[in-house]
Design a protein around this ligand. Sequence first.
Ligand code: GLV
Ligand code: MG
Length: 364
Amino acid sequence: MPSSSRSAKDFFRPLAVGAPTPPTEIPARPSRAIHFFDPSNAKMAAKIPQMVGSVDVLLGNLEDAVKADNKEAAREGLVKIAQETDFGPTQLWTRINALDSPWVLDDLTTLVPAIGHKLDVIMVPKVQGAEDIHYVDRLLAQLEAKAGLEKPILVHAILETARGVANVEEICGASPRMQGLSLGPADLAADRRMKTTRVGGGHPGYLVRQDPDGSGEEAINGARTTYQQDLWHYTIARMVDACAMHGIYPYYGPFGDIADVVACEDQFRNAFLLGCVGTWSLHPKQIAIANRVFSPSVEDVTHARRVVAAMGDGTGAVMLDGKMEDDASLKQCLVMVELAEELAAIDPDLKKQYDAITLPGEDA
Ligand code: GLV
Ligand code: MG
């Protein structure tokens, strides 16, 4: 939906003379893991060309986690890597510095002319409202026109301020360039004044407790099961709805406890189940977790294909294994089947697994 400040007729007009026409649709491109690297770190940068093809998205990070003294080296490092690397099927993204920083203008005026033809998505941190997207939108159009780019660069916003969450729908609809949103749990926690000190994930103190078994102090202080709750459920769910409403894609963000691969997998899976299409990866071992979690399992794809086959023209209801399936459960199954097809097209291992599926009554 066009933002209120522009007529629907003008919404898809380039914002600068000679800039590429903005997209009317954001194609679904597999982006299970967005792997962050620091282009100012020579050791890390040297590994990037070998990672092409093994991860859906490589993201050159210029913002937080890059020291102020290294901002220019990171920007120049990203230009060099992008110019020297053939990214093949892997997308190249960058996270620019925040709009209130002294670095962001140079980030954009350097990157767009030098490597704009290779950049798929620019991630904008600490987005507060539609006005931030409008600023980037116009500036990108001017720079694209000047550089003679033919394909518009897409924009991704990080949801990491309280105001950003309050304005999440208008942010998603602020420009046809909007590709998606990521949750930024670390900055968001700070901005909200949450009393946590972690980068994403849960907290053992955020829980519900079973009622006491009786009354009196003994029962109150006795053994009572507790269940840790998900601190991020509300925000992820809001983000998913806002993105779905605008035809763009939601992502979980960083999971800082690199050693805890189990909790990382849980966090990623919760996001996948709620509707996210991918997540950030801060360490190569998180890529494998993300690729596994954000790809539908063989069991789910098998079930989905069975429902699709059983539902014929897609209307009415059938019983499968004692469960009712109808038009609505078919639609859920189609989401799964379509995602499996998109992923199989770029991931030969997955393709092999999905191709090996046989439905009851079919020959192996
Ligand atoms: C990511 O940028 C975060 O703040 O969590
Ligand atoms: Mg942040």
